[in-house]
Write a protein that binds this ligand. Structure first.
Ligand code: FRU
Length: 484
């Protein structure tokens, strides 16, 4: 893989011409997604500023234009009328002030009175490469050309490390206040979040306290990308703890977890209903953030990065990598979180396909009879290999394994996982695109997301007896235009 110098990673984009050739090359890749948002060039990572504004969905992603490398980060803007058809809109935020000279890092958005307010981390570094993170804001009417405030809303809080970033903005109607949650690290290296409050969006911010989660003493070394939302009267808190290994997650040190419960803003304590749960069991899922439609307080829409911070993927050779997940609907029933693809996905369903000729972009509906079962996606002609799922009825556990694929990657981190189920396996709804697979298990009780790079020889779906599978083509829905 290419070795990048610091200079190359932090090069400033001067003109679209700087990357036109790169765009021309990568769009030929057979792994370019057909119905997932992906980087126009280079690398995409966290979803940012996801919001429904005046009937249109806006999403930005962390973008490094130059290749499959984490360097100078921009916000790249895409929009959609319906959460499935997406259009490239061009650069959203650029690192062009002293406060964000080494990157416009992650953040969130809120829509109010015809305007979108973007909150992001200005990643400042001085000549000795010492980092100072600033919480900054910008305003736009239509998502394009956001106008940055001349000064940050606030700087880093003393008593914590340089890791303070990823502002999540929210309005709390009961308390008639805005809050910002910031992912942070204590000076002794523990993950946490800092909460700020204000009566207005663009000023008046003061520190309200450090977030505590009842029952959690310590969970990882940094909580990236905190997100909190009220769904049907329950609070859902999620974040991406890093710098720690967690049970069942191989050698990975990056995770995405959630708690349900109640956020008490007086004591700044999240009264969790129970221990943390994994938001997704797959190998490549991180930095999720959500948005809500007006008038739909009973659900939220979640989107995440298909990828992990320390990993690289086979398309790095082609000078690009990364993808967003499909947007998923989050609901909470009887205190339990469910995640399902947005209903609009049904509009992309095409003709039925055959198990020995699996389309690169397809939806698979699999029904199980509760007994031991297995299913292999993108197996070889002779039925061997593929991404396999094996269900052990006695343990009520599903094992996912991608080590049977011809193109293997990040093998040392993990290639197989156990997914414990709360109820016996009934169904899997699977979405495969050219370089990703997402699985919704038992109507959204658990999910599994991975990158996957099938070859020409890997085109078969193999299901065990007692498993009923139907396969459908999925129509392309994401434009891959060169808009910078
Ligand atoms: C998570 C993250 C964020 C940060 C951004 C930089 O992947 O590390 O904490 O804001 O990526 O690209």
């Amino acid at each position: 893989m290419k070795e990048w110098t610091l200079e190359e990673r932090y090069r400033v984009l001067q003109s679209p011409e700087d990357i036109r050739d790169l765009y021309g090359r990568i769009r030929e890749s057979k792994y370019r997604q057909l119905y997932h948002v992906q980087p126009v060039t280079g690398l995409s990572s966290d979803p940012n500023g996801f919001v429904c504004h005046e009937g249109t969905w806006h999403l930005y992603y962390q973008w490094c234009p130059w290749g499959a490398v984490h360097g100078l980060k921009y916000w790249y803007h895409v929009s959609s009328p319906d959460l499935v058809h997406w259009t490239n809109e061009g650069v959203g935020l650029r690192p062009d002030t002293v406060y964000d000279n080494k990157g416009t890092h992650s953040g969130s958005a809120i829509s109010k009175d015809g305007k979108m307010y973007l909150f992001y981390t200005g990643n400042h570094r001085d000549e000795n490469w010492i980092r100072t993170p600033y919480t900054c804001a910008a305003v736009t009417e239509d998502g394009k050309d956001p106008r940055k405030l001349p000064e940050p809303l606030f700087g880093p809080r003393a008593g914590y490390s340089e890791h303070q970033r990823d502002p999540k903005i929210l309005w709390n109607a009961e308390r008639e206040k805005y809050y910002i949650f910031i992912g942070a690290q204590t000076e002794d290296g523990k993950g946490t979040a800092l909460v700020y409050e204000s009566d207005e969006l663009l000023g008046g911010w003061s520190f309200a306290g450090e977030l505590r989660i009842r029952g959690i003493e310590s969970l990882g070394g940094m909580w990236e990308c905190p997100y909190i939302v009220r769904i049907g009267g329950k609070d859902l808190l999620l974040f991406s703890p890093q710098y720690t290994k967690l049970p069942g997650r191989g050698e990975s040190t990056n995770h995405n977890v959630y708690f349900t419960g109640r956020m008490d803003y007086d004591s700044m304590t999240f009264e969790a209903d129970g221990p943390f749960r994994f938001l997704d069991y797959g190998f490549d899922f991180y930095a999720a953030q959500g948005a809500q439609r007006e008038g739909r307080a009973d659900e939220a829409v979640l989107i995440a990065w298909i990828g992990l911070p320390d990993n690289h993927y086979p398309t790095a050779e082609e000078e690009w990598e990364g993808s967003m997940t499909l947007p998923r609907i989050l609901t909470i029933k009887d205190g339990r979180l469910y995640q399902n693809p947005v209903q609009e996905m049904a509009s992309l369903r095409g003709e039925e396909a055959q198990a020995d000729d699996l389309p690169a972009a397809c939806e698979i509906l699999a029904d199980f009879d509760g007994k031991d079962a297995s299913i292999a996606l993108f197996a070889k002609k002779d039925g061997t290999g593929g991404l396999t799922f094996r269900y052990d009825a006695e343990k009520q556990e599903l094992t996912a394994d991608r080590s049977g694929m011809d193109i293997r990657f990040n093998e040392k981190i993990f290639e197989n996982v156990q997914i414990p189920l709360d109820t016996p396996l009934r169904s899997m709804r699977i979405f495969a695109d050219r370089s990703s697979v997402e699985v919704f298990i038992n109507d959204g009780e658990e999910t599994f997301t991975t990158h996957l790079y099938p070859t020409e020889e890997e085109r078969r779906l193999v299901c065990s007896e007692g498993t009923a599978c139907r396969i459908f083509h999925v129509c392309p829905s994401v434009k891959d235009d060169f808009v910078i």
